[in-house]
Design a binder for this molecule. Structure first.
Ligand code: UDP
Length: 236
């Protein structure tokens, strides 16, 4: 497998072509960003942790029957994934109130929701990722109504599988952001799953073990990511 031309560079990753047209090579960067790129830091070793954590979760989800893009890890900071056309939506699943939901509804952070809530946001830095209704998605042709139904079902399945994994390791999955891609007409879970894209709290102490440590200047960001990796049964 050979790494070829750079296809895309995002805030946290670089995506390269390979000598196989249906596979792309991802390198995870050490950059941490938040608030639409306004807050920025270089955290040495972050790329290694997020690559390994994301690989671990995608592997776990594949074993639980959830189709996704992940193929294999190539090095501590690199992974091979199936090439998909990303649907420009961020699919958020919430089990407890936090972040933008706490602000929007005026409900205090940590309040348990009676059932998981699924939300769709438009992936647009220019617009600040606005919340969308299903009608907005349809009139903007961002996804078909069938894809919306399927993404919602898959997102809830991912939530069930990861909640079980985290609960067994004394971690609470507060919320998470998922992205989906299409390959030959089929929906695949894609992008990244890590403490950069989830909120995870220690079940006993409530300690935040996710990107909020960076957003809120709580310190020990990578120590927290390492703790998550250790608890779910990875190494580090
Ligand atoms: N999230 C993400 N990328 C984004 C926005 C949100 O990974 O661009 C994640 C975030 O880490 C949290 C969940 O999605 O786990 C819900 O985020 P929220 O809507 O509360 O927004 P925030 O307050 O984090 O901006």
């Amino acid at each position: 497998m050979k790494r070829q031309a750079l296809l895309y560079e995002g805030k946290a990753k670089k995506v390269y072509e390979t000598d196989q047209t249906d596979l792309v090579w991802i390198t995870y960067k050490d950059e941490a960003t938040a608030f639409n790129g306004e807050k920025y830091a270089q955290l040495q070793g972050k790329g290694e942790l997020t690559n390994q954590l994301s690989s671990f979760f995608f592997h776990h989800l594949a074993e639980h029957g959830i189709p996704n893009h992940w193929v294999e890890m190539l090095s501590p900071t690199e992974q091979l994934v199936r090439r998909v056309t990303i649907i420009p939506l961020e699919v958020v699943v919430r089990n407890r109130v936090a972040g933008s939901l706490a602000r929007r509804l005026g409900i205090s952070e940590g309040t348990e929701l009676p059932h998981p809530v699924v939300e769709f946001y438009y992936k647009s830095d220019e617009l600040g990722d606005p919340l969308l209704t299903e009608d907005h998605i349809a009139v903007m042709s961002l996804a078909t109504p069938q894809q919306v139904v399927e993404m919602r079902e898959m997102a809830l399945e991912v939530n069930r599988a990861l909640r079980r994994l985290f609960q067994a390791n004394q971690l609470q999955l507060v919320d998470m952001k998922l992205e989906f891609g299409v390959k030959e007409g089929r929906l695949l879970l894609a992008d990244e799953i890590s403490p950069d894209t989830c909120r995870l709290w220690d079940m006993n102490t409530g300690k935040k073990l996710d990107k909020d440590r960076f957003r809120q200047d709580l310190g020990d960001v990578l120590e927290a990511y390492r703790e998550v990796f250790k608890r779910v049964g990875g190494e580090s």
